[in-house]
Design a binder for this molecule. Structure first.
Ligand code: GLN
Length: 544
């Protein structure tokens, strides 16, 4: 008998609804239940793959190649489980399948209507996730904030599920309580209004998670309780924290798990947060820093810096740093800076290691290449993720193999360059037909790891599986030349003979992957390559 917990947002977005959803899942998992999680994105985009990361944050890719929202990454990291297509839906995807079924006469000649057919499709997708993950509990995050037109049909689905099985559906609202600096007092009114808006959609929250900069005190808990119609013990105080991984523990201090189980009339099967608690202990106790610079371009937005574009990279660095008992210190380095002034790359010396993460298009590329060159020539640990491998190959081809015009077919016309990075033949056809959505080389592919390499030292395995999202690859016609000059292709996809990992001998750590290892790193299971990179960073650390 699966139970369903809907998590909706009130007041404003960006207050950690995804992490709250993942934390609820974690708590239930720690009590011995099987948990699934579903993210609902109200966008018309069929998936997140066509969105600019500056607009929507990182595109998280699952094993089955679903290009989803970064929250799916949070669910995987918190729960230590892998999810798939059934765990993610958007307005576009829901409509797409309803329209397809209508075209196939699957509605038996009926008039297909927005209500109830769209919410019914939503419900059937949620149930599919429950079945696939054999879940005792499914936690469903409804993207956006209550009151927006775009999530109405999803709230309608939630309401319909509650009527269908009142004892198996629970509503949690993640709210926000501002403390206006001129008043210095925490205000509950926006939460009251948000609950009223949710009520207008026919939904009464059972639990309110009260996000704020500080803990919610008793008088305000009582006020929320009375005005929003929830028991005082169901108002959960959720102040800002240093690390998101503390949140399940903080929720437990507020007895959130107990309240949820009580509402469902269920009992915990066990209690086990040991490993997680010890992780949080490490996060608090590590003091000695490891300094990693990320050279990218998707973080400057107007006057603000948005780190969401590289969320999994940041988390993967942290996981590995904590495992190495170091305090991660991450600095954003704008690639364009090194483009204008090649000498500026000298500042990379002050970091223990440098990462060039995934990317698309020309902006900032020459700056990234300058940065990679500096790392290669100065023995600074370098880790390239996807685009970061491709650019490392270009840099090596240009400055070591003497191919001055080496470049990627993504970035210049093929007739003008030595295309050491070329488009994959199947991808060229898709691009010609302008088939962009969901067509990259996506999801898990196997990689054979060569013994005696950095990659093998890290994995200690001959065969691994990693997640991909790209259209271009190392051009096999240049492999021999690159190898002759010292590049080692230590990971190869056996089915198609594609380069998956490239590294350099005689350098403390210079390695790039065609896949995205960061997508599989979890706090309790750091990724082996990130761990090896961080170890190299620790070794490289100059005395202060
Ligand atoms: N733009 C490159 C490609 O499509 C790299 C993609 C990435 O970094 N994810 O192959």
């Amino acid at each position: 008998m699966t139970r369903y917990i809907f998590v909706t947002g009130g007041v404003m977005s960006g207050v950690g609804k995804g992490v709250a959803t993942a934390s609820i899942g974690k708590i239930l998992q720690s009590k011995g239940f099987r948990v699934s999680a579903v993210k609902i994105d109200p966008y018309v985009n069929v998936d997140a793959g066509t969105m600019n990361p500056l607009e929507h944050g990182e595109i998280f890719v699952t094993d089955d190649g679903t290009e989803s929202d970064q929250d799916l990454g949070n669910y995987e990291r918190f729960l230590g489980q892998s999810f798939s297509q059934v765990n993610y839906m958007t307005t576009g995807r829901v409509y797409d399948s309803v329209i397809r079924r209508e075209r196939n006469l699957e509605y038996g000649g009926k008039c297909v209507e927005v209500v109830p057919h769209i919410p019914e499709e939503v419900i059937s997708r949620i149930k599919k996730a429950a079945k696939q993950d054999k879940a005792d509990f499914v936690v469903i995050e409804v993207g956006g904030t209550v009151g927006e037109y775009q999530n109405m049909l999803f709230l309608e689905a939630a309401r319909m599920m509650k009527i269908e099985s009142p004892k198996r559906v629970l509503f949690v609202m993640v709210s926000y309580l501002p403390v206006p600096p001129n008043l210095g007092e925490m205000k509950t009114k926006p939460t009251q209004n948000a609950v009223r808006t949710l009520n207008a959609a026919g939904i009464q929250p059972d639990i309110i998670i009260a996000r704020a900069t500080q803990a919610v005190d008793e008088p305000r808990k009582r006020k929320i309780s009375v005005s929003c119609n929830v028991a005082p013990e169901c108002v959960i105080s959720a102040p800002d924290v240093g690390s998101i991984y503390e949140i399940p523990i903080n929720f437990e201090k507020e007895r959130l798990g107990e309240q949820i189980l009580k509402k469902f009339g269920a009992r915990p099967l066990k209690r086990d947060m040991k490993e997680w608690t010890s992780l949080v202990g490490t996060i608090h106790s590590v003091k000695e820093p490891v300094r990693v610079g990320i050279v990218g371009k998707y973080f400057e937005t107007g006057d603000f810096t948005l780190m969401d574009s590289y969320l999994s990279v940041i988390e993967a660095i942290k996981h590995a740093a904590w495992a190495a008992k170091r305090k991660p210190e991450i600095t954003w380095l704008s690639a364009e800076k090194y483009e204008k002034d090649a000498g500026a790359a000298a500042e990379l010396k002050s970091f223990d290691g440098i990462i060039v993460p995934g990317g698309f298009g020309n902006r900032g590329v020459e700056g990234k290449i300058q940065a990679i060159r500096f790392c290669r020539e100065n023995g600074i640990p370098y880790f390239g993720l996807c685009f970061g491998l491709q650019l490392a190959v270009i840099e090596f081809a240009r400055h070591v193999c003497g191919l001055k015009n080496a470049n990627s077919a993504e970035l210049a016309k093929k007739k003008d360059i030595e295309a050491v990075i070329d488009v994959m033949p199947d991808q060229a056809g898709l691009l010609r037909e302008k088939k962009y959505g969901g067509t990259m080389r996506l999801g898990a592919y196997s990689c054979r790891v060569a013994e005696g390499t950095i990659a093998f030292k890290a994995y200690a395995k001959k065969e691994v599986s990693e997640r991909h999202r790209h259209r271009y690859e190392v051009n096999n016609e240049y492999r021999k030349l690159l190898e002759k000059h010292g590049m080692v292709f230590s990971g190869i996809n056996p089915e198609r003979d594609l380069v998956e990992i490239g590294e350099l001998r005689g350098h403390p750590f210079f390695l790039g992957t065609q896949f995205h290892p960061e997508l599989k790193s979890r706090p309790l299971e750091p990724h082996p390559l990130f761990l090896e990179f961080i170890r190299a960073c620790v070794k490289n650390k100059k005395p202060e």
